[in-house]
Write a protein of this length. Structure first.
Length: 94
C-alpha cells in the first residue's frame, strides 16, 4: 500500500511540474521573450496545453472572469497540494 501512496505522490508532483512549466512558458510568450514561430517552442507548448487544459477547463467554468488574469492554474496547484497532503496524512494515520 505504501508503494501506491508514493506513486500517487509522484504523479501529483509531475502534474505540478507540468502546470508550473506551462504557466512559465505562457508568461514568456505573453511578454515576447520566446516566439511561437519557433517550432520547438510551439511543440512543447502544444504538449503542455494538451496535458493541462482538461484539468483547468472545469476550474475556469467555476471561477468568474477576472479580465486578463487566469488564476485557474493557481487554484489547481493549491488543490493538488491539499490532495497530496491529505493522502500523506492518511498514510500516516490510516
Amino acid at each position: 500500500m505504501l508503494a501506491l501512496y508514493n506513486l500517487f505522490g509522484t504523479v501529483i508532483d509531475i502534474v505540478l511540474f507540468v502546470l508550473i512549466a506551462n504557466a512559465i512558458i505562457s508568461w514568456l510568450m505573453a511578454f515576447g521573450i520566446i516566439n511561437m514561430e519557433n517550432k520547438f517552442v510551439g511543440t512543447i507548448y502544444s504538449i503542455l496545453q494538451r496535458f493541462t487544459e482538461p484539468m483547468l477547463r472545469p476550474i475556469r467554468k467555476l471561477i468568474p472572469n477576472l479580465g486578463g488574469l487566469d488564476i485557474s492554474p493557481i487554484v489547481l496547484i493549491l488543490a493538488l497540494f491539499f490532495l497530496r497532503d491529505l493522502v500523506y496524512q492518511y498514510r500516516l494515520f490510516g
